[in-house]
Design a protein around this ligand. Sequence first.
Ligand code: IPM
Ligand code: MG
Length: 359
Amino acid sequence: MTKKILILPGDGIGQEIVAEAVKVLNTLKQKFNLAVEMTHGLVGGAAYDKTGSPLPQETLDQAKQADAILLGAVGGPKWEPLDISVRPEKGLLGLRAGLGLFANLRPAILYPQLADASTLKPEVVSGLNIMIVRELTGGIYFGQPRGVRTLENGEKEGFNTLVYRTSEIERIAKVAFDIARKRNGRVCSVDKANVLECTEHWRNVVIETHKAYSDVQLSHMYVDNAAMQLVRAPKQFDVIVTTNMFGDILSDEAAMLTGSIGMLPSASLNASGQGMYEPIHGSAPDIAGKNVANPLATILSVAMMLRYSLDEAALAERIEEAVSWVLDEGLRTADIYSAGMTKISTSEMGDAIVDALVA
Ligand code: IPM
Ligand code: MG
């Protein structure tokens, strides 16, 4: 049966990198009989400019009907002056909440060919393969009440709320334990249980949920220590499970271990396996429109889509092998370039992946 993919390029480099991922999808359709149909939609600043909303109802409806969504990036300086309620980021957060995409998988894998691109010593990062499981529809990102209020003395006060209920923690912990079973069987839950009651509850629920997973090894770490351990000895981690905000921060940190944030894909899944796939980097307005951005994180997000939403694991592997092959050939976009390699553009990288796929 033909699966439906909604393509949401969004803002900044989103347009360019998604165009390359669409090239890859079209190649899979034409040469490998992948049965998908693609429709395009508006999200983020691009949607705001056309409709006055960063997440028009039409986009949300399209998203709900899709089997999978491919998203580029949202945001940029142009929209920063807007009220927070209509900023491009709200489009992304609205999709996550609207589709219930609570499980965000952010693998940080170091391609051996890029060991030199990391700012850390090759022996610290070589062989790195971490899966960050970030809770994505709860915590301080969505907690109520929130806002900026005026106190009696006239001073203003900003406030947000960190909340997690047992069921939200349980379901993300289960995702992490299930993934660990297919990997090296270790989960590290990251919290701030020494200070924040909410994450003390998080820790207790993770411990409780773990009782059904005695074959998985569970450890706990405070987030400040985890941030340090990620650069000190990152290979100690297999699966990390954590809250929405800690996961946001730690996944950017983990990305840099691999040399470039331009390499890391992500999957955001709901309870029925529907998923949204996006590179973890942002819209990079400084390099947008220059055909220099790295499309590999988006192309690798297509691989995750094939694996998690389209039941096409073999094609996912083909894409991952194509990426490896292109890196072996010494082809590099600017962010992963090092001396002796061949520097190529965004679209040339997309073409190289397509060539590798059909070779
Ligand atoms: C991410 C991004 C988003 C987040 C922003 C764009 C809202 O940083 O996906 O990591 O904070 O979740
Ligand atoms: Mg982030």
